[in-house]
Structures are given as C-alpha cells and as structure tokens.
Design a protein around this ligand. Structure first.
Ligand code: DQA
Length: 149
C-alpha cells in the first residue's frame, strides 16, 4: 500500500511558524513520525510539499496511477482552492484531509473547507498528531475497500 503525503503553502516553515498555533514540530519531524507509523501499519509513504497551487494540482493528478491514497494538508488553499478540490475529485482515490489547528475555533474564513467535501474524512485540531490519526484512518479505509472489492 502506497500513500502520498502532500503539504501545502507555508507548512515548510513548521517549527518556527506561529508555534503557539502550529506547535514546535518541523515538517521533517512530522514526516519522520509518519514513517514510524507507516512501518507499523505496513504502508509506504511518499512526501511532497509546495507553496504553489499548480504544483499541488500536478502532484495530485500524478497520484492517479501511482498511489493507493492521499493524506493532504492543503493549508490556506483548503479555504478557497477549487482547483485543488477538483483535482482531488478527479483522481478518484481515497483522500484524508488534515489540519494541525482546529480551523473551526479560528477566524471565520478558516471555518469553510472547499476540499473536505471531496475527501473521505477530515482530522483537525490535534496538532501534529492530526497527521498520524489521518494516516490511521486512511489506511483503514483503503484496507476496507480492498476487502470489499
Ligand atoms: C492549517 C490551517 C489553515 O487555515 C492554514 O492556512 C494553514 C495550516 C492547519 O494545519 O492548521 O496553513 O491547514
């Protein structure tokens, strides 16, 4: 089982970016924790981060024939990128959306996710653990679908 982990804009700055909101873990540390969990769950991970919408769309499109599912934090694009939403809908893969912060407790523009309706599920507000919880959920969705197929 292969899963692409995609991170959107400004998440490359985790660790130093607004630590009161996003915590002190760097993206590299989050990816390392995901690798440990992936070993336990028996899946392989590939990582991608970009600050550019088109690069994220290209990456999602390329997932179509190469991975079994996507774990994504679209960051600010969550709230307004119809291009990323359409790319997720187009690839027809299980996708789980994660957010470090609880977007519902924050500014009103963050309350809406245009991407969540085309994802299988969303995990918000658990800090860096949102990624780990999201990976567990995604792997169980993929396993269940395989059994049902
Ligand atoms: C975020 C929440 C978004 O609103 C914000 O733009 C981010 C990070 C999160 O993980 O909490 O960049 O996706």
């Amino acid at each position: 089982m292969k899963i692409k982990v995609i991170n959107g804009p400004n998440l490359n700055l985790l660790g130093s970016r607004e630590p009161g909101v996003y915590g002190s873990a760097t993206l590299a540390e989050i990816e390392a924790a995901l690798e440990v969990l992936a070993q336990e769950l028996g899946c392989k991970l590939e990582f991608f981060q970009s600050n550019h919408e088109g690069d994220l769309v290209d990456c999602i499109q390329a997932c179509r024939d190469s991975v079994d599912g996507i774990l994504i934090n679209p960051a600010a694009y969550t709230h307004y990128s119809y291009a990323i939403r359409d790319a997720i809908a187009a690839v027809n893969l299980p996708v789980v959306e994660v957010h470090i912060s609880n977007i519902h407790q924050r500014e009103s523009f963050r309350h809406r996710s245009v991407t969540a309706p085309v994802c299988c599920g969303q995990v918000v507000g658990f800090g860096a653990d949102s990624y780990l919880l999201g990976l567990r959920g995604l792997v169980s969705i993929i396993s269940r679908r395989r059994k049902e197929a």
